[in-house]
Design a binder for this molecule. Structure first.
Ligand SMILES: *Cc1c(COP(=O)(O)O)cnc(C)c1O
Length: 233
């Protein structure tokens, strides 16, 4: 078995254990393999091991990878998630290729993605990114804006509101982390109560997937633990 396949098994085992600890079913937690900066061969190895959901953060790099893999019929069933900060002038690249955008955080992006989503494709799945730590280095909207932006997405014919995404603070302080994750869980619960299409709380990465699962995450986004360290970003 190749190393990526082995790493995938280890990550799935972490998910199973964390779910068990939290008294949840592991089948309620999806694994998004974050392949940003990694070569096509890495994606192909993970695909060969059964992985079908992939996350990318850089619009141009991702467009090239997706177009190359789509040209090979074998990879047609990959579900692509855009998870990085999205400049408005790159929105078309994303609207034309991805199945999900998890990093939606402003009116203009909602409007552009809705206008640019091709008619021949299913509606684009959208998560609102919340800057739950309030750090100025992080993208995402504020907690106060969530319900207004959610209403805009819900009114957009070519978009489907699926939930919330967050990158909690990178900290060894478990109380700070748990506080931020608990707030995300509460916001997600309220949003799901208001919108039947909402089923996704995207939270948890290599370093914090266990507490994220303890706080209701339904999708963990894992890069390093599957593909190894990145040279950049
Ligand atoms: C890079 C990235 C990840 C994966 O992070 P790892 O620590 O490598 O698991 C998850 N989410 C987002 C939004 C990212 O940009």
């Amino acid at each position: 078995m190749n190393q990526i396949a082995q790493h995938l098994l280890q990550v799935k085992e972490r998910i199973v254990q964390a779910a068990k600890q939290a008294g949840r079913g592991a089948d309620h937690i999806q694994l998004l393999a974050v392949s940003k900066t990694k070569p096509l061969e890495a994606i192909q190895a993970a695909y060969g091991a059964g992985q079908r959901r992939f996350g990318e953060s850089y619009a141009q790099e991702a467009a090239l990878k997706i177009d190359t893999l789509r040209a090979q019929a074998d990879y047609a069933d990959i579900e692509w998630h855009f998870i990085g900060p999205l400049q408005s002038n790159k929105s078309r690249l994303v609207a034309e290729r991805f199945d999900w955008v998890q990093s939606v955080d402003r009116d203009k992006l909602i409007e552009r993605l809705n206008n640019q989503r091709p008619a021949g494709l299913p509606a684009l799945n959208v998560c609102l990114q919340i800057n739950i730590s309030g750090e100025s280095s992080k993208s995402g909207t504020s907690e106060q804006e969530i319900f207004r932006l959610a209403a805009l997405v819900a009114q957009s014919e070519r978009l489907v509101l699926r939930g919330l995404m967050a990158i909690p603070e990178h900290t060894s302080d478990e109380v700070v982390l748990a506080t931020q994750m608990r707030r995300m869980q509460a916001l997600f619960t309220e949003l799901a109560r208001q919108y039947p299409s909402v089923d996704t709380l995207s939270m948890g990465m290599t370093e914090d997937l266990e507490p994220a699962i303890a706080h209701g995450s339904t999708m963990v986004r894992v890069g390093t633990a599957i593909f190894g360290a990145r040279d950049y970003a």
